[in-house]
Design a protein around this ligand. Structure first.
Ligand code: GLN
Length: 209
């Protein structure tokens, strides 16, 4: 990963005292909290503006992207979340989370946060890959391929501006990094491989310095 050039997962310790929020409106929240705990980081559920104010980074989990924008509106989180992300707070979206962070969703007018300079295609890999695990080569990630768990996953159709694709499956982008933002089509929280959670924690550490 390009960001890893300055923050390699193996070389930098994660700063103590970090609070990482997991957006807890729907989706696989508990799995992310468990992964954060396994990384010895404090993970907190985020449902309110007050909770959003206390965190140093945010994970938007997998779930159903057509309803999440309405939920963000209803819980009055959309504007404060955008403000914090634009001010540099690290945000990582997994699967649905990446869709909701994208600027464009192919063939759809569903509202998004418009943070990542990417166009995504939902449920893109077709039936044979509706739910599967694929070994992924990820730019800058040392060691063995990462076990990519895909569940009705989006792919990245195109990327522009500062968005940089870090991993491909079948020639399609499945991981993106853009300054303080990260998106994965797959679900690292459903594996016991903590490398991407640790990588995100380093982005959070770096942003706090
Ligand atoms: N297919 C879902 C959507 O488009 C995302 C699936 C997931 O997050 N696992 O919203």
């Amino acid at each position: 990963m390009p960001a890893a050039k300055s923050a390699k997962t193996t070389e930098h310790a994660v700063k103590p005292g970090l609070r990482v929020g997991v957006l807890a409106l729907q989706g696989d929240v508990e799995e992310h909290l468990a992964a954060l705990a396994a990384c010895k980081a404090e993970g907190v559920r985020v449902k309110t503006v007050e909770e959003l104010e206390t965190i140093d980074g945010l994970i938007i989990p997998g779930g159903e992207s057509t309803t999440i924008a309405n939920l963000l509106e209803r819980f009055k989180l959309q504007k404060p979340l955008l403000e914090r992300a634009k001010a540099g707070m690290p945000v990582w979206g997994t699967c649905m989370g990446m869709i909701v962070m994208a600027e464009k969703v192919a063939g759809s007018k569903q509202p998004t946060l418009g943070l990542l300079h990417i166009e995504v295609k939902r449920n893109a890999f077709g039936r044979q890959i509706e739910s599967t695990e694929e070994p992924l080569e990820i730019e800058g990630l040392d060691g063995k391929p990462f076990p990519g768990v895909f569940i009705r996953a989006p792919w990245i159709e195109s990327a522009w501006g500062g968005a940089h694709i870090l991993s491909f499956l079948e020639g399609k982008g499945v991981m993106v990094w853009q300054r303080n933002l990260l998106g994965t089509s797959f679900h690292p929280e459903l594996t016991d491989d903590l490398r991407i959670h640790k990588y995100f924690l380093q982005m959070v550490s770096a942003a706090k310095q």
